[in-house]
Write a protein that binds this ligand. Structure first.
Ligand code: MYR
Length: 185
């Protein structure tokens, strides 16, 4: 019998990562499916996914700041780049391109060519109107609120709806100045 060649640590780690990613994708799919069964209305599912994401985002920001060593961003442009290149990479394993800025620098898009949330997913006709990845917009909205930025996060393009990419629009509504905790005198 041919001896079994031991696999390198890297190969095992890559395999574990792939299995984790698949498990994550399938678990998310099961959650969406359950919400569709429980709530029936696609609009309600969209809202629920966004709310779940928001609840995750307001907690996940702490882990992000602790692990990434990212310091305060000077403006919304830098924040968008940090989300696209560091945040998405850390939690989803992909990066996005930032584009479509408005003149004021308050609205932009994150464009994702690849989105692990939708691996294995095909939406039936009964799910038209579903924003399958709405959890992601909620996560970003929640995370940004914790660093004093009120935003509106909206899907503009969605490959599950036949578009050529995923495009998430970030609109900065209000930047709440952080209060200095001590009196100056
Ligand atoms: C600051 O100015 O305080 C830094 C702001 C950085 C905000 C980064 C938010 C990261 C959100 C991660 C999203 C992950 C989605 C899966």
């Amino acid at each position: 019998m041919a001896p079994v060649a031991p696999r390198s640590g890297d190969a095992i780690f890559a395999n574990v990562e792939r299995v984790n990613a698949e498990l994550f994708t399938l678990t998310y799919g099961a959650i969406v499916r359950q919400l569709l069964t429980d709530l029936e209305e696609v609009e309600e599912v969209n809202k629920q996914l966004d709310q779940m994401g928001y609840n995750i985002g307001i907690r996940l920001i702490d882990e992000f700041l602790a692990k990434s060593n990212v310091s305060r961003c000077i403006d919304f442009k830098e924040t968008a780049e940090v989300i696209a290149k560091v945040g998405l990479k850390m939690f989803l394993g992909v990066t996005a391109t930032v584009g479509n800025w408005n003149a004021e620098g308050t609205t932009c898009s994150l464009i994702l060519e690849d989105n692990p949330l939708v691996d294995f997913v095909e939406l039936p006709d009964t799910c038209q109107g579903l924003y399958y990845c709405n959890i992601l917009s909620g996560v970003i909205r929640g995370a940004l609120e914790m660093v004093s930025m009120k935003t509106e996060v909206t899907w503009i393009r969605d490959m599950l709806r036949g578009d050529d990419a995923f495009e998430l629009q970030l609109k900065l509504l209000k930047q709440v100045p952080e209060e200095y905790p001590y009196k100056d005198d």
